[in-house]
Design a protein around this ligand. Sequence first.
Ligand code: GLN
Length: 284
Amino acid sequence: MPPTVAASVAVASRRIAAAIGLDGREARLEARVLASFAWGVTPAWLIAHDTDALTAEQASTFDALLARRLAGEPIAYVTGVREFFGRPFMVTPDVLIPRPDTELLVERALACLPPDRPADVLDLGTGSGCVAITLALQRPEASVVAVDRSPAALAIAARNAAALGARVEFLESDWLAALAGRRFDIIVSNPPYVAATDPHLARGDVRFEPVSALAAGSDGLADLRRLVAAAPDHLRPGGRVLLEHGCDQASAVRALLETRGFRQVAHWDDLAGFARVTGGILSE
Ligand code: GLN
């Protein structure tokens, strides 16, 4: 007897829980996501068809995807998509997988951008484009520029912008190097900020992500230093920067900003209560 839909999803979720160390609820969710993706159906279909027997082809498609997940590949790379701010973003191993943490950076930027006024916005190290594209869609009056050093990442970001109908200017640039003479009202960034020696880089999903999007020198601050050093030359007077960083880097980022002439430096906490976004205003 071929297995039913419900039985194969249940087996898959137990195997995911055991191999990846997820709790039962997360593992069941992942098994359903994989099954829906494998069979081209909605999660609701899985419930309505739970007693259906799988065809041999359905079983083998599902097994192939499950094997990738059991080998540790992030589910977002297996399905090629991750939701951010309520919208689907295409992801490949060329880009960091959007994190819910980064929605805090977007929310803070939106709080600085009145809905009906034009503003020049720059996103540094755009990756999948999730920050720049979300800002462009939430603030249609804003002109959004997004840069990345990686042409492969920019190709993904441009595809996401096209798929979501966002108007964003993408440029290949090593931080601000290609932006000589251009000034913005807000610069946002989720740069790499993990210390290169952090054991966290050898665990879980991050093993499959581009290390250039994660690691930044021995203390994780190498890129944040470069970025803060260059930012004032690309901001209008009174312009702002908003930076995502690690949970133990808030005071270091504050010091970098204050030294470079930013005032009203403030931190914002993620849902776990850690200061993860720091911003300031350039003195006029
Ligand atoms: N928060 C991510 C992690 O620790 C890092 C993201 C980043 O470096 N920008 O996995």
